[in-house]
Design a protein around this ligand. Sequence first.
Ligand code: HEM
Length: 407
Amino acid sequence: MTQHPAPIVLDPVARDADAEHELLRAHGPATRIDILGVEAWSVSDPALLKELLTSPDVSKDARRHWPGFEEAVQTWPLALWVAATNMFTAYGGDHRRLRRIVAPAFSARRIAALKPTVEGLVEGLLDALEATPPGDVADVRDLFAYPLPMAVISRLLGVPDDRANEFRVLVNDVFATTLTPEEAAANTEQLYAMLDALIAAKRAEPGEDMASVLIALGEEGVDGQTLAEEELRDTLLLMINAGYETTVNLIDQAITTLLTDRGQLAHVREGRASWPDVVEETLRHSPPVKHLPLRYAVADIPLPDGRTIAKGEAILASYAAANRHPGWHDDPHAFDVTRITKEHLAFGHGIHFCLGAALARMEGEVALSAFFARFPDAELAPEEGDMGPVASLISNGHRSLPVRLRP
Ligand code: HEM
């Protein structure tokens, strides 16, 4: 076992994430951290991170490549992040197989075809917000940023509208990093019970949705591909988790920033920047996922400073810290929709690059442009709600987003 100096203990409730990311960057391209009791290498240098994310010596399959797996499954609050069997936690051929099965649902053509549905959902949510009396404050995270991605992912998967809210509560707790191992295990059990009920309902009455397609794959196989029962359930689990809280944070962070800095909104209104620019700069500046647990070294990996990530050690992709690396962007902490290069790692990089990136970007653009068209004079009302950070070192959003829609 390699001996390491004491790790930086990451704050589970992320009281001051910016300062924590600064500290990580100050410790060099990679540094030892403790994430809820598990030690890992946090990588905050974008060049090194991209190298690791494309290296065959780095795996996301904890079962095969992490000696800490058995203990983590029993005692770590983030056990679900490493124990589920889907593309997110797969390596090599398994990853290719599991990703290929659902990838067609996220093609550019399919996402373009979904746009009118998203526009309709957005208009419906804005109509409901219109009922807020002038001068009153609405929680825009709760009433707009949340319900949109949940409705979109529910439609895609075939979750009935009246069940979507139950998933919402459970998914929030997957991203919370404040639960005890027992609480997290109970949450996982409830999530699985809901997914089992969804699968049973679709088996009895299949539809055109992704759940029905995946079930058919499991039963008959299509084009030589099949899906084990566990993989089916965990792929649905991944879709709900990945497609939801992340997009909520994107909409939340963009609205917060544009209402805080009117000059940025003016750039868009006056044609110096576009809504896609807003989405990209939000993803760079305030990415919805701060740190992504976990990866594992398949072999010893030498670092630029002479140290080594030893075979079997865990790696944390610290995307938010990397996005603001001074070696990557000028004035990295400034939110600037007009900056020429807005490159970021908010969706990851390499073979695990977010499958839903095109969908998330489309949802963000539709939601933001429609929101600011409908409520051009909206004002942030921080005194009327709790705008503190979500208590999570993964999820990057506000606890609420109080907005006076029509002052
Ligand atoms: C993977 C971010 C929206 C589906 C990921 C990863 C990140 C990410 C960081 C992991 C990359 C890694 O392994 O390090 C985001 C952000 C989103 C978003 C910031 C919104 C702004 C979505 C949506 C969906 C989705 C809407 C689908 C409905 C997936 C899937 C994976 C993934 C399936 C696993 C890909 C693989 O392991 O091969 N996403 N995501 N995501 N995301 Fe997203």
